[in-house]
Design a protein. Structure first.
Length: 309
């Protein structure tokens, strides 16, 4: 895949950094994202789950209740990011599918290594399922990048430790295998926005003392030996994404375990391409596919709006 060109719709790919996340850059990026969160105008309300966890909540425009719901988990390599940075996406999902969307403000590594971020997401899932305006039998969980990894870990947690049964895990180029940090065969020339150095920093920060040792499958879902009984999955990733190989293998293993899984691979797409170049036709198609999968899982009986292009 190293010789494959960037997707022709992604015109900024050659100008982007391979991996902007480094220990020295994290404080500045966090400060900028906090500033962005203060000026978000997408209409989400902030609800407190407990003393440590909050969600940004978008409600269905029709006011239907109880409504299907999506628990969304933002990305950021486990070390940066805020729920507010996905406000526009969450608002669109809520509006087009007529569902509740709750985006989790989980605590970040390295200050809060595993299992704290996953515990925060589990608390949010339990809280969401207990709301009277939510149909607990029609809850999806999803996220992108590190958020996708947390969504995959949360699916394992829900299967084994909860009475909440998500109907879909939406995994957008998920970060699911710490063992990718050991690879020496990755050609980094076509990687953008997340490279091997960023990956090592993200995983070391998240795993803390467990890095390089006995890693829980709840932290790195690709390590799980048993994937049977998990929710159906949608996985999307580009061929120029560092997570491509681990994501494709995970999709294959889900299918082998009897878990329905749709795998969508985008030729020539880099990590986070749909967020960086959201107006590109390939990015719009990528989002339409996600909306379609969510719509089918949450509104399969036809009770809600259908996803539009």
């Amino acid at each position: 895949m190293a010789d494959q060109p960037f997707h022709p719709d992604l015109r900024f790919a050659r100008l982007l950094p391979r991996g902007p996340i480094r220990p020295r850059s994290v404080p500045l990026i966090r400060a900028l994202l906090r500033l962005q969160a203060r000026f978000s105008r997408e209409g989400a309300t902030i609800e407190q789950v407990d003393d440590d966890v909050a969600v940004r909540l978008s409600l269905p425009p029709s006011g239907r209740s109880p409504a299907p719901a999506l628990l969304w988990i933002h990305g950021g390599g486990m070390v940066i990011g805020t729920a507010a940075m996905d406000d526009r996406l969450c608002r669109r999902i809520s509006d087009e599918l007529d569902v509740v969307v709750a985006s989790v403000e989980y605590r970040l590594a390295p200050e809060h290594p595993f299992p704290t971020p996953l515990d925060d997401c589990a608390a949010a899932l339990t809280w969401l399922a207990g709301r009277p305006n939510v149909d607990r039998t029609r809850i999806a969980i999803g996220g992108m990048s590190a958020g996708g990894g947390l969504a995959a870990g949360l699916s394992l947690w829900a299967r084994d430790r909860s009475d909440v049964r998500p109907v879909l895990q939406m995994l957008v180029y998920p970060m699911i295998d710490d063992r990718t940090t050991r690879r020496t065969d990755v050609d980094g020339r076509k990687l953008r926005m997340w490279d091997a150095s960023s990956n090592r920093y993200g995983w070391q920060s998240y795993l803390g003392d467990a890095a390089g040792g006995d890693v829980s499958p709840l932290a790195a879902p690709a390590r799980a030996s048993d994937l049977a009984g998990l929710p159906p999955a949608w996985i999307g990733v580009g061929t120029h994404d560092l997570f491509h190989d681990e994501d494709v293998r995970y999709a294959e293993r889900l299918e082998a375990a009897g878990v329905p899984c749709v795998l969508h691979v985008v030729p020539g797409a880099y990590h986070g391409f749909d967020a960086v170049e959201s107006s590109a036709p390939v990015s719009r198609d990528f989002l339409r596919r996600q909306l379609g999968a969510l719509d089918q899982a949450l509104n399969g009986d036809g009770s809600g709006r259908r996803a539009s292009g």
